[in-house]
Design a protein around this ligand. Structure first.
Ligand SMILES: [Fe+2]
Ligand SMILES: [Fe+2]
Length: 336
């Protein structure tokens, strides 16, 4: 009834209402842009353009989905970690990733979407998550390489987000980055132990894992700047402060040096220091593979999604019990 009445009013005085609205809208937008330019944080209750809100919902929820789907390839190795120490570290790391998902879902919820809606988009395949988690973890060395390269790339991507213009996202990311830094170091340490104290077979296992994960890690920064759909607007709004290609270059420069310390070879014959540019040159990325995996045809897409849907279905009784308990408490409080 209420919306219908509003519609009628708008139709009756259409020209007038819209003119007033658009002037108001323009003033709000100008004020919003000025706050962005001044480097202020935008908070959940502040006015924001609809496109800004939608961009953030998409980005934060994709990030949240990536954290919880990212638990799956590593969870696969919790029961097979080689020592008690490595098992404890891996358990803590996988648990951290679950926590990251929760902070981020909570940040997205401040923008007026429900967690049920977000998870439904993931389970129905409408929402994306980082394509890297559609690759399998074949050996224990993969766990070290995920920490070193995948968490390493995640840090590169996420540190600039600590200054993202949307306050709840920026604050969640500060904590996420502290934990990602531990994840990266534990991965490097696990590989370093295998490379310095391991058997020739273990060293070969590390090299094989590096060979398989290197290129997908570079793809984590997203398509080249020229093809990135959301890049320019996100940069304008202070959501993304450094471009995909710049971040990828920073990652290659840092990782090339770390690979030397580890004693592994990065699988790129064109990787070479370029003194003129002050950066490493590197070979072309297979973007067909990237789009194939993003499009649902990577090695583990079906398996990952099925695992998330099963976890959701298996958890139905917990949600039902929590709701029943909350309803009973509410009834008791009313009666008291
Ligand atoms: Fe994480
Ligand atoms: Fe992580």
């Amino acid at each position: 009834m209420y919306t219908q009445a509003m519609d009628t009013m708008a139709r009756e005085a259409k020209g007038q209402v819209q003119a007033v609205k658009s002037a108001e809208e323009q003033a709000r937008e100008a004020a919003f842009e000025a706050r962005i330019d001044a480097g202020e944080f935008i908070e959940a209750k502040d006015w924001m353009p609809e496109h800004y809100r939608k961009t953030l919902v998409r980005q934060i929820s994709q990030h949240a989905h990536s954290e919880i789907v990212g638990m799956l390839p590593e969870g696969n190795w919790v029961t097979r970690a080689p020592t008690l120490k490595r098992k404890a570290i891996l358990l803590a790391k996988v648990q951290d990733e679950g926590g990251h998902g929760l902070y981020l879902y909570a940040a997205a919820e401040t923008l007026g979407v429900s967690r049920d809606e977000l998870l439904d988009a993931l389970h129905s395949g409408r929402a994306k998550y980082s394509s890297i988690f559609n690759y399998p973890t074949l050996t224990w060395a993969d766990i070290g390489v995920i920490g070193w390269l995948v968490d390493g790339a995640a840090i590169m991507n996420q540190v600039p987000l600590c200054r993202c213009s949307f306050g709840p996202y920026a604050r969640a990311i500060v904590r996420v980055c502290k934990e990602e830094s531990f994840h990266q170091r534990q991965g490097f340490d696990a590989l370093n132990v295998m490379m310095t104290q391991g058997t020739p077979e273990q060293r070969a296992m590390v090299q094989d894992a590096v060979d398989r994960w290197w290129w997908p890690s570079l793809m984590m920064f997203g398509p080249p700047d020229g093809e990135s759909v959301h890049g320019a607007q996100s940069a304008r709004w202070g959501i993304k402060r450094i471009s995909n290609d710049e971040l990828r270059q920073k990652f290659v420069d840092a990782t090339a040096e770390q690979a030397k310390v580890l004693g592994v070879t990065l699988p790129d014959p064109l990787l070479k220091w370029n003194a003129g540019r002050g950066h490493h040159d590197f070979g072309p990325i297979d973007w067909d593979e990237f789009w194939r995996v993003v499009g649902g045809h990577g090695p583990c897409n079906t398996e990952r999604l099925a695992a998330r849907v099963k976890a959701w279905d298996d958890g139905a009784w917990v949600r039902d019990a929590a709701l029943a308990y909350a309803a009973r408490q509410a009834t008791r409080e009313q009666a008291a």
